[in-house]
Design a protein around this ligand. Structure first.
Ligand SMILES: [Zn+2]
Length: 243
């Protein structure tokens, strides 16, 4: 029963993540105006704002102008619902669960921004990073300095990469890796980095990007991070550790 509630909360938050990811990079207010059709600017009426259901009710087209609505809306909503459920299964109703929800919120918004604009605004990191610092101060990793040390290692690694091969990775991608290094420590960071490179290559291949041209890499990082969480969920009952 709680699972259903968590899933519904997730899809509702997903609709908000899409809105923030779409509006923050172009400095539009996230409070006003209400969600509207991007083609004809007609606001969506209240029942049409219910996540997932609205897309199904409208059959994916705006009823005013017939423009096809982006598939990204229902996908972000469905994914957020599923992730919230996964995190609830991993951590239950706990402080750690709240931390995972906040972390996934950052990634979800970053995915939308990166897909739509190929950039993630700094404001997002400035808002979220202090929350992770507070959490890791109250709930440190097994070795309390590992988060800070991994963050430093991550910084030096990408700094060297920039010197050696400039612009090979986007600023937002490095910051997201920094967040993961800080929150989870060395091993999970390196594992997610490795998975991201593989899924990034697959992603570029599927969507026909050349590997030497910029393409949105945040979805690959996020996918790898969620894969890591799923893995932690499967292994967790046996080892009792996320590291
Ligand atoms: Zn329209």
């Amino acid at each position: 029963m709680i699972g259903i509630f968590v899933f519904l909360a997730g899809i509702t938050m997903g609709s908000f993540f899409h809105l923030v990811g779409e509006r923050l990079p172009v400095k539009r207010s996230i409070l006003f105006p209400r969600s509207h059709c991007t083609a004809c600017k007609q606001p969506l009426s209240l029942p049409k704002m219910i996540p997932l259901l609205s897309y199904a009710m409208l059959k994916g087209v705006c009823k005013h102008c017939g423009t096809r609505l982006s598939l990204l809306y229902p996908m972000v909503e469905l994914l957020s619902g599923s992730l919230f459920l996964l995190m609830y299964k991993i951590a239950g109703v706990s402080f750690e669960g709240l931390f995972l929800v906040i972390l996934c919120s950052l990634f979800m918004i970053a995915v939308v921004s990166d897909l739509l604009y190929m950039r993630v605004p700094n404001e997002l990191f400035l808002f979220f990073f202090p929350l992770f610092v507070i959490y890791r101060t109250l709930e440190p990793l097994l070795i309390w300095w590992e988060g800070a040390a991994s963050l430093l290692f991550c910084f030096l690694m990408f700094y060297s990469l920039e010197r050696f091969k400039p612009n090979s990775m986007g600023g937002a991608d490095m910051k997201l890796f920094g967040v993961l290094a800080f929150c989870f420590g060395f091993k999970p960071f390196l594992l997610i980095l490795f998975l991201s490179c593989i899924s990034g290559m697959v992603y570029a291949k599927v969507f026909s990007f050349r590997l030497d041209e910029p393409f949105p890499f945040v979805p690959a990082i996020s996918f790898s991070f969620w894969l890591y969480l799923c893995g932690a969920y499967i292994i967790l009952p046996f080892t009792g550790s996320t590291g």
